[in-house]
Ligand binder design. Structure first.
Ligand SMILES: [Zn+2]
Length: 333
């Protein structure tokens, strides 16, 4: 039997260790804040557009945001170039999405984190929230597809900006709160729009498994034609299984994605046509990248509004084709 005092001693050791970690964290946070000599705008580096968008809203004119992976580019396989590395090295603070979304950038993110704060915006999400992908044996990184999940990312950015630049705490708090209110509206709209699709047709067939968080949050079945990462190829067997489903349930539309090749989707349409069922392409969804910068679809809210409105329209739901706030501009056929 293990003596009681030994267990207590062990407990103390753990507590001591944790306290030490916290002190170290606090000290390092302090030193990062101290090195920043209040030269506004603060230089912020980000990996993907959805993260850049949060920082632009929360930090406003206090920050200049440089984003690395642009519109229409697949972050799963993205290799940073020399100029990307230069952006990171010149940044005062860096935000990335995390959960291995930016798989090829892990090494450089670790390296640059020695001299400046680097945050994964998904770090507040608890294990029981995160979906697991058995194929890659990792967490599913596509958290932004559930607006409530992405609201946690706003909190990470806000807290990090406050820690880095404490005198502007009120400014960051206010911006974050206003943004969270808008995201709450977006979340409500998404639930209403997807909920208006007739139950039998409420199934989203698309190129890769980016929509599982959307599926859980808004109650729509999702089928991706290839594994969770676009690095794996879809099998003929999977294609045939999905063709069966399209034909049997008379699903009217499937979707393509801006950052993923659509050849598998076209194979589905041909497969269904050969069995006498017409399926059309419901339109292009934004999965891992937003629309062109400077457009409504080039913001996180516009991206989700576009996706949800397009899906609802193509599958027989009842929504305005111009979306939540009449701002959608891209074609909704
Ligand atoms: Zn993805």
């Amino acid at each position: 039997m293990i003596p009681k005092y030994f267990i207590v001693a062990q407990k103390y050791r753990v507590v001591l260790f944790l306290s030490l970690c916290l002190i170290l964290l606090a000290v390092s946070g302090l030193s990062f804040a101290e090195t920043f000599k209040k030269n506004y705008p603060i230089k912020v580096g980000t990996t993907v557009g959805m993260v850049a968008d949060i920082v632009r809203v929360v930090a406003g004119d206090k920050a200049e945001v440089k984003n690395i992976i642009g519109s229409g580019i697949d972050p799963h396989v993205y290799n940073p170039t020399r100029s990307d590395v230069a952006i990171l090295l010149k940044s005062d603070i860096i935000f990335y999405s995390g959960l291995l979304l930016e798989g090829q950038m892990s090494d450089i993110l670790v390296k640059v984190s020695r001299k400046r704060p680097v945050y994964a915006v998904t770090e507040l999400l608890q294990k029981d929230y995160l979906l697991h992908d058995s194929e890659t044996n990792h967490h599913d990184p596509h958290v932004w597809m559930d607006v409530q999940g992405w609201m946690k990312a706003v909190e990470v950015v806000k807290d990090a900006m406050v820690a880095f630049d404490p005198p502007n705490k009120e400014f960051y708090d206010k911006n974050a709160q206003q943004y969270l209110n808008k995201l709450k509206q977006l979340d409500n709209y998404a639930r209403r729009a997807i909920g208006s699709i007739p139950q039998k047709q409420r199934i989203l067939v698309t190129a890769h498994d980016a929509f599982n968080y959307m599926s859980r949050a808004y109650d729509i079945e999702v089928l991706g034609i290839q594994g969770i990462s676009t690095e794996s190829e879809a099998g003929i067997k999977d294609i045939n299984r999905i063709v069966d489903l399209l034909v049997n349930r008379k699903i009217p539309a499937v979707f393509v994605e801006t950052s993923v090749s659509d050849k598998n989707v076209k194979a589905l349409i041909e497969g269904a046509a050969s069995r006498g069922h017409q399926v059309r392409i419901g339109g292009e969804l934004f999965s891992d990248a937003m629309g062109p910068s400077g457009t409504y679809e080039g913001t996180y809210i516009g991206m989700i509004d576009h996706n949800v409105t397009l899906i609802a329209t193509a599958l027989g739901g009842k929504v305005s084709q111009k979306g939540m706030q009449d701002k959608l501009t891209s074609p909704h056929n």
